[in-house]
Design a protein around this ligand. Sequence first.
Ligand SMILES: CC1=C(/C=C/C(C)=C/C=C/C(C)=C/C=C/C=C(C)/C=C/C=O)C(C)(C)CCC1
Ligand SMILES: [Fe+2]
Length: 561
Amino acid sequence: MSATISSSLRTVAALSGRPGRRASQPGGNKRAVAQPLAASAVTEAPPAVISPAPPRPVVGAPRRRGGRGVDGGADELVAWKSVRQERWEGALEVEGNLPTWLDGTYLRNGPGLWDLGDYGFRHLFDGYATLVRVSFRDGQAVGAHRQIESEAYKAARQHGKVCYREFSEVPKPDGFMSFVGQMASLFSGNSLTDNSNTGVVRLGDGRVLCLTETVKGSIVIDPDTLDTVSKFEYEDKLGGLIHSAHPIVTDTEFWTLIPDLIRPGYVVARMEAGSNERQFVGRVDCRGGPAPGWVHSFPVTENYVVVPEMPLRYCAANLLRAEPTPLYKFQWHLESGSYMHVMCKASGKIVASVEVPPFVTFHFINAYEEKDEEGRVTAIIADCCEHNADTSILDNLRLHNLRAFTGEDVLTDARVGRFRIPLDGSPFGELEAALDPEEHGRGMDMCSINPAHLGKEYRYAYACGARRPCNFPNTLTKIDLVEKTAKNWHEEGAVPSEPFFVPRPGAVEEDDGVAISMVSAKDGSGYALVLDAKTFKEIARAKFPYGLPYGLHCCWVPRDK
Ligand SMILES: CC1=C(/C=C/C(C)=C/C=C/C(C)=C/C=C/C=C(C)/C=C/C=O)C(C)(C)CCC1
Ligand SMILES: [Fe+2]
């Protein structure tokens, strides 16, 4: 073994917190991961354009080849192209200086594989989950990616076709009886996907969980190897086929919302760290109909859970349809009204339920309690990435639109929507932009905050913003909610993903830390970008030897936890 490769092996083992393994060692799945990890050593893996064909060895960093969503080759943005192989791991070339306090693992989840043989998926949210890992230690970085082995992904790989109901894709029935069978399995939840392609969270007990909108799509992974460990089984009687893809997770607890499609409403549940049992806390009945509003996420304060009810509502009929509708599994019911409900965490009682202006949001940023001089809570402030009550963002995110940027400014506007929900019994709440959206180019989504401010007053939010013209958020933005200004990072032609805030250990100031984003660059390359969260200037980038597809949400696993 050459000196370079053996030292690279040692570096990777040290950075990933585990001994270097060889392909020849026993250990099931794990043995293929830790090959010598110079850029030329890649694990044996099937091509990402998954088909029933047997796996073929791949040497060198993943390359792209011809095909609808897979092509790319050199010099072409690969944000919307399928990842080329199931897994890779290797030392990354670092440009700049990584802070030495940055000691742990950044994980990102997202839909990274949109091609099944010759068939290309239509929507960003359909892709099979790809995890990306960057482990930092002593100013160095090791990167990896790997597909999550959900039942949906394994079945697609085995049969070469969609076998479960995805966001916009459904399995094609082979005949009438098979159609009847599909309907039956839809009602039991069997045909819903477990393609856990949305979020990744570190639970208080250290387990790392990948999540999506379906309850069965909760999957435990190993943050070091990116192995799919097991299904996360909820050991309770709360049931539910779908839930909020973003739970609220702290060191001690986990809060979730379970929409009730039969008797329109939401169940609020809490799970203690270390447990698999969700406890019923309370129920919110919807005020509008005919179904609950989509709850991709929700915010909490120290004492309250905020339950949003937006006019973009689940639609049972659309769940059954074989072809996607303009709003997929949802329908827009402006006439049904928009509401914000507030539930007391301790009692499960609703303390406010107000009508608000129409809104469309997927991601709440944070919420906190507004108090008067005597310290009494007068209102709840809840902030979200708000799409001006326009559902077109779902259309923006069709892969055809993402791949076809003509220079025209087609990304729909978004803002920081700030709700004020009075607790004095008033029937109405307010919704306004928290700052002039021009500050962040009228693009705003995929947000993070300093976790120490979760549910509390806060000043800074980090998100993807826009420099126009564009068809997708193409900047990173740090929003100062006090000064009502934003600092923006931009690289021409690049697509950055969620800037994830990691606090410096021992930090006192809210923005003392870094924001980490994975960037798909214009020339087809990809790198983890580390910005100083205070100045919002680049301090380092850790370059992958290949470009990675766009991804969604992230978490941080500190080394000593
Ligand atoms: C599979 C079923 C469903 C699945 C829904 C899924 C997978 C929804 C995923 C939603 C995501 C990832 C939303 C992200 C939004 C990001 C935005 C707006 C970014 C903007 C740009 O910066 C149901 C639909 C739940 C029905 C059952 C079956
Ligand atoms: Fe999300």
